[in-house]
Design a protein around this ligand. Sequence first.
Ligand SMILES: Cc1ncc(COP(=O)(O)O)c(C=O)c1O
Length: 363
Amino acid sequence: MNDHIRPQPGIMEIALYEGGASHVAGVTDAVKLSSNENPFGPSDKAKEAFTRAAHKLHRYPSTDHASLRQAIGDVYKLDPAQIICGVGSDEIIRMLVNAYAGPKDEVVFTEHGFLMYKIAALGAGATPVAVPERERTTDVDAILKACGKKTKLVFIANPNNPTGTMIGLAELERLANGLPKQAILVIDGAYAEYVEGYDGGAELATRLPNVFMTRTFSKIYGLGGLRIGWGYGPKHIIDVLARIRDPFNLSTAQLETAEAAVRDQDWINRCRDDNARLRGWLAEALAEKGVPSDTSTANFILARFGSEEEAIACDEFLKRDGLIVRRVASYGLPHCLRITVGDEPSCRRVAHMIGLFKAGATA
Ligand SMILES: Cc1ncc(COP(=O)(O)O)c(C=O)c1O
């Protein structure tokens, strides 16, 4: 750091975010199971919309995102006036923190919660507060105990990354109702579409003045490379976020691809079904080989090993075979590996290799 030119307090405490690795030196057929991406990619209709957008690159994009908000509103049965779109849900998280938390304020999240909450809090000069979970699951009572006058935001990823666990809507409502009056509960639904019949907290965000929901096109919609997310909640929060959103934060390609993607729910239903089937198979196959995991509600499994050493050794073993999974020591889970549910051959290959590893084979 320069002796005279200094960043705002908090910024140098941010540990640089490490994305999931995408290649292994010397391996040409590596399989990436490290970033919870949809192995089947986006809908063909989304790809076609992306290609069509190439003809409009000389034009500035829409600033109000009206067409995408209308499409999301139609599909999710929400008022488009209460929707805001961003560069991934990361940008929505960042906007919420920048708008509502600053020095001396606290941003609360769970022990093994998504890393972006802490990064955004430190970036805004606020104090991050991590609350213990119970058996790798959000503990509402512990969160309520941790909240006080300084709490401005409480982030709950439901399902949570990287644990894969979730809590019910009644528990989320109890949390919202028990928070101090100045605090907002943000329900992060990045993986909500993977849970059949779950609305991601939309109904709570419609009914309660202190609940906001974030969503993404990066997971089941298969558009992680394009960076589109959205948020939904009370008008008073949307009105605040709209004031700090960059006017041209999303490109025409992002807006039109997302719109085509959200209107193709047949593709989403197929991806949800395939994920549920393959996730069940993978969890069972690993358990049979002595690697347990909590029941996952998302598109990944948090595989638990006997020790940090064993998790590191298995990660190395898989990497030598071109299988890239995610170490989650930075999430406080050094003895675990997070494995994205891939397509069927990838699931079979990772289960087979973990079986060999557990049997003591060397690659
Ligand atoms: C729980 C959770 N929330 C939000 C995000 C951010 O997703 P994006 O910015 O791609 O929308 C992720 C990505 O991994 C996540 O796991």
